[in-house]
Design a protein around this ligand. Structure first.
Ligand code: ATP
Ligand code: MG
Length: 386
């Protein structure tokens, strides 16, 4: 049974349609990333799961139970936001206690001074303190428990926010861009930590991000959201290698996938604007407009005369371990970007004329509407193309 099941969620703010029929099933213990550009509705969807926002229509089920009439506090979910929202005047320990005090203490027990008279309060507090210690140990912040948030680094604060979410042992963690306030190095570090935390807890994680690297590296499945819809959901490798929509292909991968306008010939092979047949055969009618995607890492340097793509190097970006060559191919509107080994590119003079070859099996072809066009047969690696 799915831990979280969303059925046909619709939401609009005034005239703006923000969610246009989102359905999604998340299994128990899964780590699902909701990935999409700014404004596509990720936070709204997460807030609807949490009960902080009301959908116009559709269903939210958690653990098989319809959440329609359940307030956020009763859903047993933990939200972690981009801003940590820690209480500055409370110690780390006290901050992490807050959700437990809210859940486990009665109103009377929470009263200052007089609350201490409540029978059983001391025992409850001891159990809560032990929970906090355990969470702190998991997150390696045990030594910070007596500090105030102002005395912590950004990464440490984010860990405290995670700890505060953990102590209640929620059915699922909902995280909304929790790392976007951190600097680049710390983000990379926390990526690993959150993935490890997920493994250690075995809990369900729903993680909102517009950062494809975060989604690719941490999640077991990625749901790609565009314009209020989930366009594709699958394992990171599947989303990357087998995009069903050109928008998905363009959103995932850095540098971006090259897109070459082409027309299908009688055999279904794409012919680019400069007249070169790109190879492979696809389920397209003769004359159909095609958009041919080829990722920069699937291009290799070759003799210009033998290559289906050839042109001048207009720009090169040396990233140390790899070199990005921007090649202006006559007849193709935007420069084609190839990711090559720096050693291979070093010998090239400025504005060198280069050829680019690829395996036609690496082409991802889309129709004029951006929908994926199936390959008719896995093309043989062509000798002429290297
Ligand atoms: N309370 C609101 N009232 C009106 N419009 C809203 C409200 N909340 C969100 N929106 C609009 O809904 C759309 C989706 O917002 P949402 O916050 O879900 O996007 P997002 O995918 O989380 O974006 P980001 O990556 O920038 O956080 C946006 O166009 C936003 O302006
Ligand atoms: Mg958001």
């Amino acid at each position: 049974m799915a831990e979280i099941a969303l059925g046909e969620i619709h939401k609009r703010f005034g005239e703006t349609i923000v969610l246009n029929g989102v359905s999604l099933e998340i299994g128990e213990g899964e780590f699902v990333a909701l990935l999409g550009p700014s404004g596509c509705g990720k936070s709204t969807l997460l807030r609807i799961i949490a009960g902080l926002e009301q959908a116009d229509s559709g269903t939210v089920r958690i653990g098989g139970r319809d959440m329609a009439d359940l307030p956020p506090a009763a859903r047993n979910l933990a939200m972690v936001f981009q801003s940590y929202a820690l209480y500055p005047h409370l110690s780390v320990r006290a901050n992490m206690m807050v959700p437990l005090r809210m859940r486990d203490l009665t109103g009377f027990e929470r009263l200052p001074l007089i609350g201490a008279l409540a029978p059983g309060r001391r025992e409850k507090l001891a159990v809560m303190a032990a929970r906090v210690e355990m969470a702190a140990e998991t997150l390696k912040i045990g030594h910070l428990l007596d500090r105030k948030p102002g005395q912590l680094s950004g990464g440490q604060r984010q860990r405290v926010a995670l700890g505060r979410a953990m102590v209640r042992e929620p059915a699922a963690f909902l995280m909304d861009e929790p790392l976007s306030n951190l600097d680049a190095a710390l983000r990379v570090h926390m990526r690993t930590e959150i993935a490890e935390l997920h493994r250690a807890l075995g809990a369900t994680f729903v993680y909102v991000t517009h950062d494809q690297v975060e989604a690719m590296t941490m999640s077991s499945r990625i749901a790609v959201m565009l314009d209020g819809e989930i366009v594709q959901i699958g394992a990171p490798a599947e989303i990357y290698e087998d995009p069903r929509d050109l928008r998905v292909a363009e959103f995932i991968g850095s540098p971006r996938i090259n897109v070459i306008e082409a027309v299908a010939d009688a055999a279904g092979a794409p012919v680019a604007g400069h007249g070169a047949t790109l190879g492979g055969r696809f389920a397209a009618a003769p004359g159909a407009a095609l958009r041919v995607g080829i990722r920069p890492e699937h291009l290799a340097l070759a003799e210009p005369a033998r290559a289906p793509l050839a042109g001048r190097v207009r720009h090169r970006e040396n990233l140390g371990a790899e070199m990005l060559l921007h090649v202006a191919v006559p007849g193709i509107a935007t420069p084609v970007v190839a990711r090559v080994a720096p050693q291979a590119a070093r010998a090239l003079g400025p504005e060198a004329q280069v050829g680019l070859v690829f395996d036609p099996a690496d082409l991802r072809v889309f129709d004029a509407n951006g929908r994926r066009v199936a390959a008719l047969a896995r093309p043989e690696r062509s000798r002429a193309y290297g």
